[in-house]
Ligand binder design. Structure first.
Ligand SMILES: NC(=O)c1ccc[n+]([C@@H]2O[C@H](COP(=O)([O-])OP(=O)(O)OC[C@H]3O[C@@H](n4cnc5c(N)ncnc54)[C@H](OP(=O)(O)O)[C@@H]3O)[C@@H](O)[C@H]2O)c1
Length: 368
């Protein structure tokens, strides 16, 4: 065998071994660790934690140390939290590529939950925007707990007086996703025909209302049991996906927000105007390795060859957009839709319900 074939073969073998080793490391599930000992005299709080990946029964309802705010942080007594698909992705550590952030084998951060609403109990000495007693909402790792600390310049904002803590806790991830998908990725304009696929879920119920607030003509797609609810949110047209396929109807849209991934990109193309756009927000969980990212990769490959735009994005929690949403709620243009309520100890059941994929609006955790 010639030397260059030997070298090429050697390099390929090393590559295959390296990729296999990485794949094994990423997909390996470590056993659940024991709860760490708590410092003597520690002030305690209840929280939902996990120390290994898996189904909802890996979640434990435990006493952990109550946090104290750092100089630039506020300590929030959480009254309500809400559940997002992100929570069960972290709980299961799937798709596996997420473990590059969450931890190989087992989660590095044992705390669960992001969306919260509550009352500021204490502030660090450098905090200027908030004071004890302020009612706030926002996003922070570890929201499934009696208390969270959050930096004052991060994702936390004053709660409008006309919404409850439960409603405010429904907002952060789902509503910011809807807002950024429509405004930043979809460049929505008044008068445009906008279709929301998956209009009855967490993101969809906000997307319908926010698209209406921009003056768009909105079509929502959902199943029979949710048609009246989506109409009540202000949708101009509602398509029941169990009876009609919107990609076959002959209607054309300027913007499609896809929360579901129920159609191929070519089918979406059929429902778009020549300069229309699809913003991929979510999709079927797909394989364990990259989940919905395969649709994203296909969208990237298709986009340069067609006149329409296919894009994906990851929402970013920030105080500016929480304040935009606060104003929309205050003006009565956005009202969160709550499906079910669970207690803090029932987070595993709440996540199990959300994982079934048919929530009507948001699933809320009552922490008090
Ligand atoms: N890119 C990002 O930054 C980002 C941020 C947040 C969420 N996401 C992703 O976005 C997706 C939606 O999130 P979510 O919080 O809205 O989830 P969700 O609350 O679980 O949404 C479930 C909804 O999907 C609807 N649905 C299921 N099959 C459908 C179909 N074939 N056609 C139309 N609607 C259908 C259900 O309605 P019916 O009961 O009527 O079927 C249900 O109301 C998830 O995949 C999530 O991971 C992405």
């Amino acid at each position: 065998m010639k030397l260059r074939y030997k070298i090429t073969g050697g390099i390929l073998l090393v590559l295959v071994l390296a990729v296999s080793a990485l794949a094994l490391a990423i997909s390996h599930d470590s056993p659940c660790g024991a709860a760490p000992a708590l410092p003597a005299n520690a002030q305690l709080m209840k929280a939902v934690v996990y120390r290994c990946y898996g189904p909802p029964d890996v979640l434990k309802f435990e006493d952990i140390e109550k946090p104290t705010p750092k100089d630039n942080q506020v300590l929030v007594k959480v009254h309500a939290a809400s559940v997002n698909p992100l929570d069960w992705h972290f709980m299961r550590g799937k798709p596996y590529f997420m473990r590059m952030m969450a931890g190989f084998g087992a989660p590095e951060n044992s705390r669960m939950g992001v969306d919260f609403a509550g009352t500021v109990e204490a502030v660090g000495p450098k905090v200027t925007r908030f004071k004890p007693g302020d009612e706030v909402f926002g996003g922070r790792d570890g929201a499934f707990a009696e208390y969270v600390t959050v930096r004052e310049d991060r994702a936390v904002a004053l709660k409008p007086a006309n919404v409850t803590f439960e409603q405010a806790a429904s907002v952060p991830i789902a509503a910011i996703t809807a807002l950024q998908a429509l405004r930043d990725k979809g460049h929505i304009r008044a008068g445009q025909k906008v279709l929301i696929n998956g209009a009855s879920g967490g993101v969809g119920t906000f997307a319908v209302q926010i698209a209406k607030s921009f003056g768009a003509e909105v079509t929502g797609v959902c199943s029979t049991k949710n048609v009246a609810m989506v109409q009540s949110l202000g949708a101009d047209h509602v398509i029941d996906y169990t009876k009609e396929d919107f990609t076959q109807s002959g209607q054309h849209y300027d913007l499609i927000i896809d929360n579901v991934g129920s159609h191929s990109l070519l089918e979406y193309r059929r429902a778009l105007n020549p300069k229309g756009a699809v913003v991929i927000v979510g999709g079927p969980s797909g394989g364990s390795w990259i989940g919905p990212m395969d649709a994203v990769l296909r969208a990237k490959m298709l986009s340069p060859f067609v006149s329409q735009d296919f894009s994906f994005f990851m929402a970013e929690l920030n105080p500016k957009d929480l304040n935009v949403l606060r104003d929309l709620m205050q003006a009565g243009k956005v009202t969160p839709v709550i499906d079910r309520r669970y207690k803090l100890s029932e987070v595993p059941a709440a996540i199990g319900y959300l994982e079934e994929g048919h929530a009507r609006g948001k699933v809320v955790i009552n922490v008090d």
